[in-house]
Design a protein. Sequence first.
Length: 332
Amino acid sequence: MRQLHVRVPASKRSSVEAVLEDLDLEYVTSTGDDGVHFFSPVPTAAVSDVLDGLDDADIDSDTYTVVTKSEFAHTDEFSELKRQYSDETPTLSRAELSARIQELRWPHRLYYGGTVLSVLAATCGLLLDQPALVIGAMVIAPQVSAALAAPTAAVDGKWDVFTDSVKEQALGLILAIFVAAPFALALRRTGFVPPTVEVTSIELIGVRLAPSLLSTIGAAVAGIVGAYGYSTEQSSSLIGVMIAAALIPAAGGVGLGLAWGEQAYAVGSLLLLAVNALAINIGAFVTFLFVGYEPPWLFGEQSLGDSIPDADVRRVYATILLLAVATVATGA
């Protein structure tokens, strides 16, 4: 359930009342020098309808619109209104989804710092063949923020966020490789790991030799679960672990392959990493479409080119081209 707070000029009062009454929403008002304030309890699944109705009535919902989570409402009609929306999946509105994903975003220093720490722990877990340590490394990995921000931004037409998120994913995984490789080499050269050990014979490392149908399905499922969990407010505590599990160990595997001179293994792990990253993003994007987030550039309201600000055209098209080439090259 949500609490909707809208402030409009007095001249727009009747328009807001019409929108709320058409949706059978109960509301109270407060009039002040700054305009008329509307307060209304709204079922989560109805928030999108309310915001769309305000937009259709030429009321700029970005002027002053606040949607907050509420725990309880006791009114004459709210129980009946909840029943009307009970058969619908309670997906967040576009604005709520975008805000929720943005809350996931880590500051750059923390994002890259978390990536470094997680890949160091994952590399140790791979060498020790200890799944518990690898799983622990996934808990501190921040990859979920950028992995879900990119498809969310694509659905919402926020192309600056889209390109930044793709860049953040790429730089984070490249950093993970460049940290894992010298770390593994140092362990080998200093004797903490015997140089004669064949790393590909270690079970947790050997299974990351190359992408497979099962690994790709697993990564896609991580993206699907992530998108569904965050767009419907289902339990999301383990989503970040699932997404990181498809990425960080593979990045550690690339570093181990380079440190031990196993070029074929390093290339295979790199391919696994690329396929998994693409599968996560594609899985999340398709899920957003499935649950009802329709990109305006995909369903006829405007073309892709028209939806991109002039200042971002080159960067967006370059990013899309690189993703398309990577998808074709990896067979994702």
